[in-house]
Design a protein around this ligand. Sequence first.
Ligand SMILES: Cc1cc2nc3c(=O)[nH]c(=O)nc-3n(C[C@H](O)[C@H](O)[C@H](O)COP(=O)(O)O)c2cc1C
Length: 381
Amino acid sequence: MSIITNIEDLRRLAKKRVPRMFYDYADAGSWTESTYRANHADFAGIKFRQRVAVNLENRCVASTMIGQDVAMPVALAPTGLTGMQHADGEILAAKAAEKFGVPFTLSTMSICSIEDIAANTSKPFWFQLYVMKDRDFINRLIDRAKAARCSALVLTLDLQVLGQRHKDLRNGLSAPPKLTIANLINLATKPRWCLGMLGTKRRTFGNIVGHATSVSDMSSLSSWTSQQFDLGLSWKDVEWIKQRWGGKLIIKGIMDAEDARLCVESGADALIVSNHGGRQLDGAESSIRALPGIVDAVGKQIEVHMDGGIRSGQDVIKALALGAQGVYIGRPFLYGLGAMGEEGVSKCLQIIRNELDLTMAFCGLRDVRQVDKNILLPGTF
Ligand SMILES: Cc1cc2nc3c(=O)[nH]c(=O)nc-3n(C[C@H](O)[C@H](O)[C@H](O)COP(=O)(O)O)c2cc1C
């Protein structure tokens, strides 16, 4: 295996090692994928001001997100089915994040359960909640997250309806994969992945199966999930969730200044400028383009985070310069996980930290908390 130097190397290796169905699930956007592509492409147009002969000793990329110390302001985004990129994937990613000192966010739609993560880590992690119609189930999920000592609830509001990803339909995505002839042929080329899966019991949605009424296997689960996303979701629900939770609340999926103001009114601690990694509204603006307008509208009242398209430390620092207090990475850590398990997630974080630190230095700064628009070339953002 050749030496891994950047996130693209991890992506290539993951593509070799992860069954096509799950690799495609990660590396895809909805419909034409225009928003998915724009999320990353729009970073390229933003240019830095290079500075020289500035003292660059004792640099620091540590910061805070929602008042919590982070080794760098980059959290792992909530991603569904992470335990299908690699056996016990959520546990491995959470461990890597804990060792590195950045937040790990567990998805409602994870394979490993809230309790699995709590049992395998010692610092608090964050839990992402989807609002479903079964309010008893939501209440129980919130209570489980509290019992697991999660230190933030990330409430995702951009998935009342589901954007279509053509590849998932063609591949017949399911967890565990159905043993069709096409899948068996593909699985035969992924021996590492298969061995890992044979060694774990965690092969379906750990937060849901055995917890939600009348869900006992995957076939009833998939129809249950599509019926369960709540079309009637409103800001009133955000209120009761905030009350029931009682801790730090981060609202995810905000792309509009009007909605950002509603987040402030709802009393959330932070919002995430996000289009779900280009997986929902195809044709939405890229997150990095949406960020400045939202920072202008509410940046003084609430912490603004962002995700979507970050593939390097250079991308991270551009988002910070445009007003984000912190960012999240989704696919980059999934590629690391699929490529090399826990070690791959650690590698992903190291690559990004190194790029962030050196780019900050080239821009003439020593502390990531000093990053602002001054590091960007006027007219390019
Ligand atoms: C495979 C995959 C699964 C995802 N599942 C969830 C999820 O369960 N909950 C959620 O709030 N966001 C989910 N997202 C969106 C991510 O949290 C995040 O917004 C997105 O990945 C950021 O873009 P990036 O992948 O370009 O970094 C998912 C994204 C991917 C790629």
